[in-house]
Design a protein around this ligand. Structure first.
Ligand code: 0XW
Ligand code: MG
Length: 368
């Protein structure tokens, strides 16, 4: 089998309801890049990469398309069933830009599944369950509002709540963690995600002020070194998210004893192939993890769900999806949705998504 053509689509994804607010950014739409890999055997695969605006992490929507334009021509004629070999071609064509390589990688897994008549989760070793937990992320908002949303989402069936914190007076962060924790039933897990915004002083003060509150501190400070410097002083488990740019950083964070767990983004790490390795490392080293992405439609969602379904349940923190904030599915029939805080693993081969490509308009880039 050969890759005969690659189409790259650009899609401006509107957000439902209020803008999405994190410590460092407010967003009302997202710029998604979708890759369609066409083969000479009539099998077509889809991948997607969608940074959550230009500030969240170094990944950039325009950069994704430029990177795909750079690497794409070298991939024409390659065998899409040999994912590792295609990855090597990408690495030989462009340094870095894992988030763009991730879209190609995802489409290759989709093709492999369709060709072999297997779901991506089966190719990844097998799903351990067919319905997996998600978690709900409450954006930066007034404390009372956050408490109301937490009550609502817990009642809906979400087993985990992530609170966005940072970028406002520290007293409000402390209040929101305390107040939300008070309304959560036993067993519902809580994380406070500063998205890099706290100084080491802030993180230490929050940990002290909320000493008796059970929550995970997610990506409190900007750099890995800052997080290392507070690691032994905080009372709370620390999860890394934005700092895990690649497999090397994940290994380092575990080896140094800096991370108690991870909020992983499939595209930031480089796609399903790298996530598979990272999943295995976390299983071996007993580290909890989530399978998320920063944003994206059904294609990214399916990739996260297939991977999440293969993670041992006691180590799985959930798959966060943008689905609750998105107007419509790419696949009107088998699109990914969250019901009662949980997600069904797609049934069809590959990623199990048959997108209505007309949603994205004409390709922005055509190769091959
Ligand atoms: C809540 N998320 C998974 C979605 C947003 O893009 C940010 C992210 C996070 O945990 O940082
Ligand atoms: Mg996070």
């Amino acid at each position: 089998m050969q890759i005969s053509a690659i189409n790259v689509y650009q899609y401006d994804m509107p957000i439902l309801g209020k803008p999405y607010k994190m410590s460092n950014t407010v967003l009302d739409h997202f710029d998604s890049t979708i890759v369609e890999i066409i083969t000479d055997k009539n099998v077509v695969g889809y991948g997607e990469t969608c940074p959550v605006g230009p500030v969240y992490q170094p990944q950039h929507a325009l950069g994704a398309r430029a990177a795909l334009e750079e690497m794409g021509p070298n991939l024409i004629g390659a065998n899409p069933l040999q994912i590792q070999n295609v990855y090597h071609i990408m690495e030989g064509s462009l340094n870095g830009h894992n988030y763009a390589k991730a879209a190609i990688d995802m489409a290759l897994w989709d093709i492999c599944g369709k060709f072999y008549g297997a779901r991506v989760c089966d190719l990844l070793g097998g799903a351990v369950r067919e319905n997996i937990p998600s978690y709900y992320s409450i954006g930066i908002c007034p404390v009372d509002e956050a408490v109301e949303i937490a009550r609502e989402k817990q009642a809906e069936g979400y087993p985990r709540i992530q609170l966005k914190v940072g970028g406002r007076p520290l007293e409000e962060d402390i209040a929101v963690i305390r107040r939300v924790s008070e309304v959560l039933n036993p067993g519902i897990r809580l994380a406070a995600d500063a998205n890099r915004a706290w100084t080491t002083r802030d993180a230490l003060m929050v940990s002290l002020a909320c000493e008796k509150v059970q929550f995970v501190m997610e990506q409190p400070c900007n750099t890995y070194d800052e997080v290392c410097s507070i690691r032994k002083q905080v009372h709370h488990p620390i999860y890394l998210d934005e700092n895990t740019e690649n497999l090397g950083m994940v290994l380092k964070a575990i080896g140094d004893g800096t991370a108690d767990g991870f909020g992983f983004k499939t595209t930031r790490l480089g796609g399903i192939s790298v996530m598979r390795t990272v999943r295995d490392v976390c299983r071996e080293m007993n580290k909890p993890m989530s399978c998320d992405d920063s944003w994206g439609g059904d294609i990214i969602a399916a990739a996260c769900v297939h991977m999440g379904a293969t993670v041992p349940p006691h180590l799985f923190e959930g798959a966060w999806l943008a689905a609750p904030y998105i107007e419509k599915n790419y696949d009107p029939e088998n699109g990914i949705n969250i019901v009662n805080g949980h997600i069904d693993v797609p049934k069809g081969p590959g990623l199990g998504i048959t997108p209505d490509t007309s949603i994205w308009g004409a390709p922005a880039i055509e190769l091959g």
